[in-house]
Design a protein around this ligand. Structure first.
Ligand SMILES: Nc1ncnc2c1ncn2[C@@H]1O[C@H](COP(=O)(O)OP(=O)(O)OP(=O)(O)O)[C@@H](O)[C@H]1O
Length: 252
């Protein structure tokens, strides 16, 4: 079997006496959606923050594409193609959707447009930003102010911004939070389409979405992985039912 794209090895993090990440190990394979589920306060966001570089683990390693990135900061990880979306993205509400994405394209490209004239640079940025907006189904909202978009459209825009960094691995922290039924269904369709292009680590409370999208599910309880495997195996795991889902709440 090929090496995993992301390998989390014995990661631990505490806040004082509270052990929020306890000896967590997991492998994420290229081209897959790996969901991490668990009850409120289980440590999912803290874990993903250690994968994105926002938080330093106390111990353990994060290996991405064969490289130890444990000490690499967030910007360095983004440059390697490891991007985080949702819960933290700040849209610029008075800028258009297109401008929001163009800024992310510009950040990625750095000085690679320096040989172009200003007008051509702007055109190149806009073309790439438009392509990202098209990817998330927002072409017709390109010139609307970000602040005037619906909640679901803002989430689509956040995804377009993440895609503008050309990620190989996308960390998605509760992408469906706050969306209505229809918006959630649209976003799930979108992620399903993106599966061919980008590997995803998905934290999500919406179990329908998790079981529709994930190839692998890991269950986190009190900072520890209590089960990991295919959605059907995890669903049937008695330890998961008692520790997390509760017999009656098990997703079936
Ligand atoms: N900066 C911090 N300082 C102290 N405790 C923290 C800090 N951040 C998180 N915690 C605690 O760590 C635990 C895990 O929090 P975390 O947000 O990672 O859980 P979660 O699984 O993402 O929860 P939710 O599903 O509710 O978003 C919680 O008990 C939380 O109160």
């Amino acid at each position: 079997m090929t090496d995993p794209l992301l390998s989390v090895q014995n990661l631990s993090k505490s806040y004082g006496a509270l052990k929020v990440t306890q000896d967590v190990s997991l492998d994420v394979r290229e081209g897959r959606v790996h969901a991490i589920i668990g009850p409120n306060g289980a440590g999912k966001t803290t874990l993903i923050s250690q994968l994105s570089g926002q938080l330093r683990p106390d111990s353990g390693r994060v290996v991405y594409a064969g490289q130890d990135i444990t000490r690499l900061d967030m910007a360095g990880r983004v440059r390697l193609g490891l991007a985080r979306s949702f819960q933290l993205t700040t849209l610029l509400p008075s800028f258009s959707a297109l401008e929001n994405v163009a800024l992310a394209v510009q950040a990625r490209e750095g000085s690679s447009f320096r040989f172009l004239r200003p007008a051509a640079t702007e055109q190149a940025l806009n073309d790439q930003a438009m392509a990202c907006l098209a990817d998330v189904g927002l072409s017709d909202r390109a010139h609307r102010r970000a602040g005037s978009l619906s909640h679901g459209e803002k989430r689509q825009l956040e995804l377009a911004i993440a895609l503008a960094t050309r990620p190989r691995l996308l960390l998605l922290d509760e992408p469906l939070a706050g969306t209505g039924h229809e918006e959630a269904a649209q976003l799930v369709d979108l992620f399903a389409k993106l599966k061919d292009r980008v590997t995803m680590v998905l934290i999500e409370h919406d179990m329908d979405a998790v079981f529709a999208l994930a190839d692998t599910v890991s269950v986190l309880v009190y900072g520890q992985i209590v089960a990991s495997g295919s959605p059907s195996a995890v669903r049937a795991d008695p330890a998961v039912r008692t520790a997390y889902l509760g017999e009656e709440a098990a997703p079936c």
